[in-house]
Design a binder for this molecule. Structure first.
Ligand code: HEM
Ligand SMILES: *[C@@H]1O[C@H](CO)[C@@H](O)[C@H](O)[C@H]1NC(C)=O
Length: 517
């Protein structure tokens, strides 16, 4: 039988020829289709200026993200091309303050783009940040916003006071220098311990114990350090991440039982939620007045609750830690500013205007120069200045600063923060200078304008950061204690710390010398 079917000697060649020509044709058709798609994609935004390559391939933008220098790229682009720039085939950035406020306003039809799926730290369960659907978002906001809201701020202060006192104890026992004793402290790390532990107290009525043990006990800092650089590589390729979150890759993702990394963090989220659920039923245990309890009281439970908790470890601590360490670095490198701030704090303390630790309200009323210092530091080093936070143009399309953007175009509202806050046309020729005085010199109208610009680093309108007030409170209460009690200095001008920006500002080797005053 088999031999009967054997083809004649010519046939294989013919068959080979046929298949290879079919394959060749198929390949050509595929190439043409892909080209047509690319031309179509390019054509849709051809009127928007930008680098030539960026119109054709995403890789142009990816290069910027991988180098951690995308914030500088964006600055160069807006300088060269104007207020709307195409940075990838389907992506633009805009650098007009009013336009950003308009597209994020409560009435706007803009949505979070699918980029936000990157924030889905727990597979299969959305948190407030990753949630895109406007209706679901509105519902989730109702459940979780009260936990972050102003009316609970007073309740949060004792939690932060407790953490500050632990930090000061740590400094006093382990890191004080004197003429006869030289000790250095890693301030970049301790600032993260502080924000992590104080957030733990605020949100879950439990410190994470980082300052108590002077170590990254739970591995959260480490997880962030490893994750952020990876994250910046996928900012422009979130689809890959989306695929990973689906079967079968899902099974490769971190699990609760893991000892380190995200798995450890999920496990911790689960532990916290379970512990509280048990306590709620128990007699004799006072009802906690923290963020977790507020979310539970508002009906959040199960995976929804756990995903909010897991997300909060990351958004709630790295950003503020970044702001604290950059502010301290700026102070130590600008002695005139440092001295003026220290004097204001000393003076307020002498006149009995601030308590120890300072209350949020006292800081707002009696320490205007400190507020200016913080604003100026946030302006120069916005904590999340490479994160794009892409928003999606609605069904109807939209015209932004004279450029028509068809539906589905995504607009990066985040990664332009460095650029907007150092724009010389807006800030003046000394835009790059750390000069808090500019905030005090400005008249009311100008100051409001300046604040509107810096405020954008927290997002705006319906997408605004839920933890903004908490972030300021954590800073307002901390700096006075650091400056009134100690002198801070950088030990060695020849070995200055190096600064990196893989999502937040990371300072390597921020070793500082602390002397009691
Ligand atoms: C200086 C510190 C901080 C900065 C610069 C910052 C910045 C941001 C930005 C840019 C967004 C996204 C806005 C957008 O989608 O367009 C955001 C969202 C968010 N932040 Fe913050 N943040 C900070 C501190 C915090 C803290 C301390 C918490 C928690 C206590 C927090 C909780 C959140 C939450 C829950 C969201 C999601 C809000 C939503 O999507 O509706 N943030 N933040
Ligand atoms: C701390 O700094 C101030 C000046 O800023 C100086 O007068 C004081 O002597 C310093 N204290 C110590 C202990 O170094």
């Amino acid at each position: 039988m088999a031999s009967l079917l054997l083809p004649s000697p010519q046939l294989p060649r013919l068959a080979n020829l046929l298949t290879s020509s079919i394959l060749l044709h198929l390949l050509i058709v595929l190439l043409l289709l892909s080209l047509a798609y690319r031309v179509h994609r390019w054509h849709k935004l051809r009127h928007v200026p930008g680098p030539f390559l960026a119109g054709w391939t995403s890789l142009w933008l990816t290069r910027g993200f991988i180098s951690y220098k995308v914030y500088e790229d964006m600055h160069a682009l807006t300088k060269k091309y104007g207020p709307v720039v195409r940075v990838a085939p389907n992506k633009v950035i805009i650098n007009n303050i009013d336009s950003i406020y308009r597209i994020t306003s409560a009435r706007s039809e803009y949505k979070k783009s699918d980029w936000y799926l990157l924030a889905r730290v727990m597979p299969g369960a959305d948190n407030l940040l990753s949630m895109r659907d406007p209706k679901l978002r509105a519902k989730r906001l109702r459940h979780v916003l009260p936990a972050f809201s102003g009316k609970n701020q007073d309740d949060f202060e004792p939690a932060v006071d407790k953490t500050i006192s632990t930090l000061l104890d740590l400094i006093n026992t382990k890191y004080l220098s004197s003429p006869s004793q030289h000790r250095l402290m890693n301030l970049a790390q301790k600032s993260h311990f502080y924000t992590l532990d104080s957030f733990g107290e605020i949100a879950y009525s439990q410190s994470f114990g980082s300052l108590d043990t002077d170590s990254d006990v739970l591995g959260i800092v480490k997880t962030g350090d490893v994750t952020f650089p990876l994250l910046s590589a996928v900012h422009n390729h979130h689809k890959i991440f989306q695929t990973i979150q689906k079967w079968p890759f899902y099974y490769l993702l971190p699990r609760e039982g893991d000892k380190v990394g995200f798995g450890r963090v999920f496990g911790l989220a689960l532990e916290i939620v379970n512990k509280r659920s048990r306590e709620v039923g128990e007699e004799g245990v006072d009802k906690k007045r923290d963020m977790l309890q507020s979310m539970m009281d508002n009906g959040l439970e199960g995976d929804e609750l756990r995903s909010e908790v897991a997300m909060s470890f990351f958004v709630g601590s790295d950003t503020v830690a970044s702001a604290i360490r950059m502010t301290m670095l700026l102070l130590m490198t600008h002695p005139a500013v440092y001295r003026r701030l220290q004097e204001q704090i000393d003076d307020a303390a002498e006149k009995g205007k601030i308590s120890r630790p300072v209350t949020n309200d006292e800081a707002k009323r009696h320490l205007p120069y400190m507020q200016a210092v913080i604003q100026e530091s946030l302006r120069l080093f916005p904590p999340s200045s490479i994160v794009p936070f892409f928003k999606e143009v609605p069904e109807t399309g939209d015209t932004v600063d004279g450029y028509y953007l068809p539906k589905g175009t995504t607009i990066g509202t985040g990664c332009v923060m460095w650029s907007m806050n150092r724009d010389e046309d807006f800030w003046g020729p000394d835009a790059n200078l750390f000069r808090p005085e500019r905030w005090l010199e400005a008249n009311e109208e100008r100051r409001t304008e300046m604040e509107r610009c810096v405020d954008l680093i927290f997002g705006s309108g319906k997408f605004v950061c839920a933890g903004k007030k908490i972030a300021f409170m954590q800073m307002y209460k901390l700096f006075p204690e650091l400056l009134r009690g100690y002198n801070w200095s950088l030990p060695d001008p020849l070995h200055l710390p190096t600064i990196d920006n893989p999502t937040i500002w990371d300072i390597h080797g921020l070793m500082v010398r602390i002397e009691k005053r």
